[in-house]
Design a protein around this ligand. Structure first.
Ligand SMILES: Nc1ncnc2c1ncn2[C@@H]1O[C@H](COP(=O)(O)OP(=O)(O)OP(=O)(O)O)[C@@H](O)[C@H]1O
Ligand SMILES: [Mg+2]
Length: 234
């Protein structure tokens, strides 16, 4: 594996929350490498630090120590503005609570990230249409989130994450609120994106969802372990 194949490369990541005199170490000397095109699933007990990790990887939070190279960009020394720019250019997010704008059409929701990239409106709508089409929702473009099912809302959120053609999709509990059929729809889409070469880092607490990934990691004791190793289950 050469360095050029790596899209996510984190070394020695430390993140400690402070509450008054107490320090809560959450990520402790954590390492992670994800290759381009790989689909990695991360599980871990509640409170193990999965969301904290995703926030660091997603440049929503910064580590207290360690290095993090995202698609060849060393982000360790960046300020908030620099991080926001890289986040917008390189990353797509799908969260459990899809965070769609209410009373705003699916098409406008999907187009929103492109506003921050300075893409002109006609082009934004054209790309949003293509992204909605890619998740099988072209015919729901003018529906508000309130007029969509939970599974459809999550597919709109995936389209929004894809519209900027990100290097990496960061996914947190994508099926957490969904019934079996809607979970399957979301998994089918993620399977297809993976087959098309998209890099995916996904957090889930559902074993059968995690099994769709190429590689499984477990967050235990502030570090990532291979799912099959003994430490992962200690
Ligand atoms: N802003 C904060 N201030 C202080 N402690 C925090 C903060 N955010 C999270 N924590 C603590 O950090 C630890 C990890 O939290 P995190 O949300 O990353 O866990 P998680 O693995 O995502 O859990 P879940 O599966 O329940 O979503 C927990 O002990 C939590 O209480
Ligand atoms: Mg969490």
């Amino acid at each position: 594996m050469t360095a050029g194949d790596l899209v996510l490369e984190a070394r020695g990541i430390v993140r400690t929350y402070r509450r008054g005199d107490f320090a809560v170490p959450v990520l402790i000397d954590l390492d992670l490498q994800v290759r381009r095109g790989e689909w990695v699933a991360c599980t871990g007990r509640s409170g193990s630090g999965k969301s904290t990790l995703l926030n660091v990887l997603g440049l929503l939070d910064s580590a207290d120590a360690g290095t993090y190279v995202l698609a060849g960009h060393d982000v360790s020394g960046l300020d908030d503005t620099g991080r926001a720019q890289l986040r917008n250019r390189l990353l797509g997010f799908v969260f459990q609570l899809h965070n769609l704008l209410p009373r705003t059409s699916a098409l406008e929701n999907v187009a929103t990230p492109l506003v921050y990239r300075g893409v002109r409106r006609a082009e934004r709508l054209r790309r949003a249409e293509a992204a909605l089409d890619a998740v099988g929702l072209a015919d729901r473009a003018d529906h508000d989130p309130g007029e969509l099912s939970g599974g459809q809302m999550q597919r709109v959120a995936i389209a929004r994450a894809l519209v900027g053609d990100p290097e990496v999709l960061l996914v947190d509990e994508p099926t957490g609120n969904l019934d079996l059929a809607a979970t399957q729809e979301v998994l089918d889409i993620l399977d297809r994106l993976h087959a098309e070469g998209r890099t995916i880092f996904m957090i889930t607490h559902e074993e059968d969802v995690a099994e769709h990934a190429d590689r499984r990691l477990v967050l235990v004791g502030g570090r990532l372990h291979d799912h099959d190793s003994a430490e992962a289950h200690s």
